[in-house]
Design a binder for this molecule. Sequence first.
Ligand code: ADP
Length: 422
Amino acid sequence: MSILLGAIADDFTGATDLANTLVGQGMPTLQSIGVPDPGFSADDAAAVVVSLKSRTIPAADAIKKSLAALKWLQSRGAKQIFFKYCSTFDSTDNGNIGCVADALMEAMDVPFTIVCPAYPINQRTIYKGYLYVGDTLLNESGMKDHPLTPMTDANLVRVLSRQTGHDVGLIDITTVEQGATAIQNRFKELIENGIGYAVVDAIKDKDLKEIGKASTKLKLITGGAGIALALPENFRNVGLLPQGTAIPLPSVKGRAAILAGSCSITTRQQVANAESKLPTHFLDPMNLSEQTSDDIASTLAWVDKQSFEKPLLIYSSADPNVVTQAQQKHGLEAAGKLVEHAMALIARGLVERGVRRLVVAGGETAGAVVLALGITGLKIGPEIDPGVPWTETVNEPRLALALKSGNFGKPDFFTKALDMLK
Ligand code: ADP
């Protein structure tokens, strides 16, 4: 079966966000980790989101990886390609949004595409081409101080113009509010004038729906996860995507565990909430070292003493003063890497011991675990809490995985997630 939508995302969590949005609109979706191998099976998926780590790598590498992803998606018959970037348009004058989009346009031989990072439910809106984060212009938000992609200009027409060889136009809110036909008329006008990109205003989800509807015939779309809200419906309208497709929970059986490496307030609350209900082990970074793996061995020895029936909680999540102590001992970055590495090895040990249902808290922690377990792709399941779905790995051993970035989820997230699979 060929896929309908092929997406290329410039980072892992953004890819999950997009996949989760598509699934929320009834579109069965797979997320691949990196460019899929030729043999990667996308059976039963209507959309594949290829997650790259291309946001801040050299532009030439980002282009190369994105074109490889495009080639794979085209080989699976993707009818529309979606280039997904962050809703705060994270990029610099050297790229990588403009240069990757240019390369995709050239490879696909399309003269025009839209640029719409708006994501109203997350407070990212575009008005007259200016990107807002909540009530603040992008260049006055925290993004102005981002270590890798400081955003010092909120005008996306200007920002993108510095990154691309094409002319950049604007479709402003007055046109968007008139609906899909008015937007399409404006596409035509811009194409006739040789404009390659249209930054499109959007303030509300209903604006995204109209933009999505207008874009049904565009072979290439670019934007944030917000605009994806509107895309499944286009395929449904032409009978390519069935109505009411059920998205099943992972059907994996086996031992259950939670690994928490995030130190966010939200995750620490979730750990405290689960601690009274589950067997719990604190992985103390003060005991970790690059030289020995004693602490990992003792953690796994603890696992071996626990009942198979009860989910286990292993965490390094700690208050800021405890984190500071570990950072003083090991060094700022080294402390984080040490804990991530330990969590990754523990995850491997858990899978060797029969764990098949695993919740991981922390973005970097989740990245390290996914890598250590050799996961090539995830089938996206139903949502646990906003922004966090259950997923199932596509390669053996099949695992049910919930990967949660630190700040996500309600206080009872861990037990709620595992209860869903009972
Ligand atoms: P979040 O999604 O909350 O940002 P991450 O996993 O991305 O969570 O980042 C948390 C970082 O903190 C990781 O690098 C992790 O290894 C590190 N870490 C976790 N626990 C501790 C601790 N007790 N002391 C120091 N660093 C820690």
